[in-house]
Design a protein around this ligand. Sequence first.
Ligand code: ADP
Length: 422
Amino acid sequence: MAEDKGEGKEDYKLEANSELRFEVEAGATVQLELAEGKAEIFGTELTTNRKCTFLAGAKVAVYTWHGCHIKLSGRTDVAYISKDTPMTIYVNTHQALEQMRHIAEEHVTRGPRVLVVGPTDVGKSTLCHLLLNYAVACGHSPVFVDIDVGQNDIAIPGTLGAMVVERPADVEEGFSLTAPLVFHYGHNSPAQNPTLFNILVSKLGEIINTKCNEIKKSNYSGVIINTGGWVRGTGYDAIKHAAGAFEVDVVIVLDQERLYNELKRDMPGFVKVILLPKSGGVVERNRNIRTEFRDQKVREYFYGTRNSLFPHTFEVPFAEVKIFKIGAPSLPASCLPLGMKTGDNKTKVVPVTIGPTVQHHIMSISSASSVDHNILEANSLGFIIITGIDMEKQKFTVLSPSPRPLPKSILLMSDIQFMDIE
Ligand code: ADP
């Protein structure tokens, strides 16, 4: 394994079945070019002589099945070639799923529904990405579901989402987000409100069943579900709940034998539980990096991955919206109103008084038209941030991806905050 701290231009000759791993230094960018041979990044094939730019903090692996020549320019934190990768095992897994898809198509049944679980930083999102890309390359349109509320790949942190994947991910921009279905959860860990989390997972499961019944191609292609790293106690129960809600028939456990054995014991017999190794390239992220990553996701939502979007700023009179948050502080059982159970407080839709405390919070615009609708299970139309409050004028200023007016008037407040500073 050759290790390197890249400063300028570097040439890497990769043998068959090896990968070049690199991280982009803070404040820098790295350009990559495939000069010869064939290579892929997390399942997306690279085009020869096309330069791709990776931004600060990106952690990338360029894998080659038959050997290639890669040129890197820019400042990398680390760059090395490894021959020790689980790619053959991952591709075999894809092939097994492919067989299930063919059988589904032949017998007009449902394709594989795969739940990817494991602790944090084992490459769950990367494996989902890879399996989706390979499925698309084989002509399928799988559904991607992301219930990782901390590091969500479909929308922003604090949400759960689903979308149909019809094209391979772009190596620089990721999957194109056409019409994703997104639900507001409002926290960056499922542990903060497991009751609400499980309700939203059930809701997504129901919608996906309906959609798959309508869109035959997605039904054969199957569903790939990414999860967060919460695997113990209530987190384990949430995994079992998700397996049931999405009616999965395959559970892939990355890198944790204990979780694998527990799931083998607890899943119904028709569910295949598979243990896969993690790649040595997966980079562990500490709490600070996680927070930075979440901020970056929110910034990307408003400004685009490469500052290609131009968000709007405008004033909204307090009277034009109603803000709610989901979940009230828990009361001791003896203080509960008649007929209310402990746990009901977790799904309570609580009005929020507009004032300085709402500033910087992410707000999702609910598709619910009135408070009489089921706000809890209404999907999100988009997100805004309240960047300023004028109590005197009874107006607040928002950062919004689209111009005024807001499409609906019910806003759900997230715990997660974002300060719009460059
Ligand atoms: P998880 O979803 O389990 O938290 P991720 O799939 O998000 O883990 O991976 C964590 C980080 O490691 C990501 O930044 C990803 O790009 C990087 N990564 C994954 N696989 C590799 C690899 N083989 N080489 C280098 N970096 C990798």
